[in-house]
Design a protein around this ligand. Structure first.
Ligand SMILES: N[C@@H](CCC(=O)N[C@@H](CS)C(=O)NCC(=O)O)C(=O)O
Length: 218
């Protein structure tokens, strides 16, 4: 198997999800927008050839390329040894798939696109955070966190008793969210989720991937 490269900036939440899967499985990889010593332009011809919608991550594996974070994570889990990131039981595996999809489709939209990015890349006058947008998004953010708190229950991980692909999708976005100056107010009613993120940050994979990205406001 050729070298695994994760194309995309290391600060991207979905790039970090793929990194977490590699770390958990013990897969050697490289990450970044530099591929074989050459910078690949974001949304340039090469990127769009790999990903027709110009998103990251793209998994590069020899002369193969693969898009969509959950598909990439499932592929890595299937081809590499190391701890499995999906349960054998079909029902529990479907639960992991369900949460991976729910997180990457709906919860990402609420927590990252409508909220976090307002802090990370402020678009207000003089590059200030658009607090009206933040306040508007807050009820949905709280609803999404409450949903995850309920799903987590007393478990150590989101879906099973082991780290799964669902955790790899959830943690990068929650890690950023819980670093915000407003985090205390957001997490007041979701203490188990707060502990969960702290636990996953402390794992070896978390300590190597969830590093300070130096994003403004986060
Ligand atoms: N459905 C895609 C979403 C990927 C995605 O939205 N990635 C963000 C970075 S975290 C991105 O590429 N944003 C750039 C853009 O939308 O132009 C996946 O799961 O891989």
């Amino acid at each position: 198997m050729s070298q695994i490269h994760i194309f995309g900036p290391q600060f991207s939440t979905f790039v970090r999800s793929v990194q977490l899967c590699c770390e958990e499985k013990g897969v050697a990889y490289t990450v970044g927008t530099d591929v074989n010593g050459k910078e690949v332009e974001f949304k340039g011809a090469q990127h769009l050839d790999w990903h027709p919608f110009g998103k990251v991550p793209v998994l590069l594996n020899g002369d193969r390329h693969l898009i969509e974070t959950v598909s990439i994570c499932r592929y890595l889990d299937a081809v590499f040894d190391g701890p499995t990131l999906q349960p054998d039981d079909p029902w529990m595996r479907a639960q992991v798939d369900q949460w991976a999809a729910t997180l990457s489709l709906y919860i990402d939209e609420i927590l990252v696109r409508h909220y976090l990015l307002e802090f990370a890349f402020p678009k207000g006058e003089d590059a200030t955070v658009r607090m009206d947008r933040v306040r508007e998004a807050e009820p949905e953010v709280k609803r999404a966190l409450a949903l995850l708190e309920t799903q987590l229950g007393d478990r150590e991980y989101l879906v099973t008793d082991h780290f799964t692909i669902a955790d790899a999708i959830a943690v990068p976005m929650l890690d950023y969210l819980f670093r915000l100056p407003v985090a205390e107010a957001l997490t007041a009613e979701t203490p188990r989720l707060k502990d969960y993120v702290e636990r996953l940050r402390a794992r070896r994979s978390g300590s190597r991937v969830l590093i300070d990205a130096g994003l403004a406001g986060i």
